[in-house]
Design a protein around this ligand. Structure first.
Ligand code: C5P
Length: 304
């Protein structure tokens, strides 16, 4: 039997407003979520037992602090249980994305595991057991199951389609090698809550998109994240200093930041420049995707 592979694309919060806090401590958000071509890879295959194999440049920390691989394991066991099946699969997780870095990592891996298992076990992705489990696995898992540009409301279960991003949207992802504890970042947030800021006007190119994202929209978790890890300011400054950068912003609870670029050439040049100056940082040029269908085509391009 052949293995089924599912891409776990990096999630980017193009803006993220914190609107309030529930009694259970979870925060209510308004965010425009997009996905980038940088990705982890999940491959599943039926075997007479369960096993998880870890590969890739960021797999080593998983062996020590295995919260993200745990999410994959949890996804397998809990889905099997909900469907009354045995969790007899081998999952191969190729970890290219840095851990605990604001771009979905573990959530995208868990979501890709659910997609791959649904394909392997012939279960529709909108099966109630899958939807329910996705929300339980983590706040970002439901949006990663869909992996398409979406508005994200509430704590992540209220998703709605967002307008397609322009065709040619290039970003550079930069992580300074610090992992951020999401609860601590939310906990360090101070001051008044924000208003929702969904885009009401359309955009045709990346310059318009950048202008709209700058217009009263931000990531409300940037200030608390910077207080915990001041190096994030340097990451944003590094992106801002490169030619063709239209916008720089932190994603999620950090520390990964992204720059949005006028075109592919400027994104690649910026990535080379920042990577050259800061060899210890993870620097990755990537395309923004409206859904994952473009990923296989992009695989042929040297970027990935
Ligand atoms: O759901 P997930 O495991 O990703 O959330 C990790 C932690 O981040 C939560 O326990 C909570 O402290 C914080 N969080 C939050 N509001 C959200 C999402 C996460 O306060 N909407």
């Amino acid at each position: 039997m052949t293995a089924i592979r599912a891409y776990a694309a990096a999630k980017l919060n193009l803006y993220l407003h914190v609107l309030g806090r529930r009694e259970d401590g979870y925060h209510l958000l308004d965010s425009l979520v997009a996905f980038a071509s940088a990705h982890d890879l999940v491959e599943v295959e039926s075997t007479p037992y369960f096993s998880l194999q870890l590969h890739g440049p960021h797999s080593l920390p998983l062996l020590m602090e295995d919260t993200e691989s745990n999410l994959v394991t949890k996804a397998v066991f809990r889905l099997a249980e909900a469907l009354g099946r045995k969790p007899h699969v081998t999952v191969k997780l190729t970890k290219n994305l840095p851990l605990a870095s604001g771009i979905g990592g573990g959530s995208a891996d868990a979501a890709a595991t659910l997609r791959a298992l649904c394909a392997l076990w012939d279960v529709p992705l909108d099966h109630p057991a899958v939807t329910e489990l996705a929300a339980k696995l983590g706040a970002d898992v439901p949006v990663c199951v869909g992996s398409r540009t979406s508005y994200f409301a509430g704590t992540g279960t209220e998703l709605s389609p967002a307008p397609d991003l322009p065709e040619d949207c290039w970003v550079v992802l930069v992580n300074p090698g610090v992992s951020m504890p999401t609860p601590a970042v939310f906990g360090a947030r101070e001051g008044a809550f924000s208003e929702p800021a969904r885009l009401t006007t359309s955009f045709t190119d990346v310059r318009e998109l950048a202008a709209l994202l700058k217009d009263g929209r931000r990531n409300d978790l940037t200030a608390p994240a910077v207080r915990l890890s001041p190096v994030i300011t340097q990451v944003l400054a590094a992106l801002d200093s490169t030619a063709g950068c239209l916008l720089s912003r932190m994603s999620g609870s950090g520390a990964t930041c992204f720059g949005l670029y006028v075109d592919f050439d400027h994104a690649v040049a910026a990535a080379e420049l920042i990577g050259g100056i800061r060899p210890g940082w993870w620097v990755q040029p990537a395309a923004l995707l409206n859904d994952l269908s473009g990923l296989e085509l992009l695989e042929g391009v040297t970027l990935l």
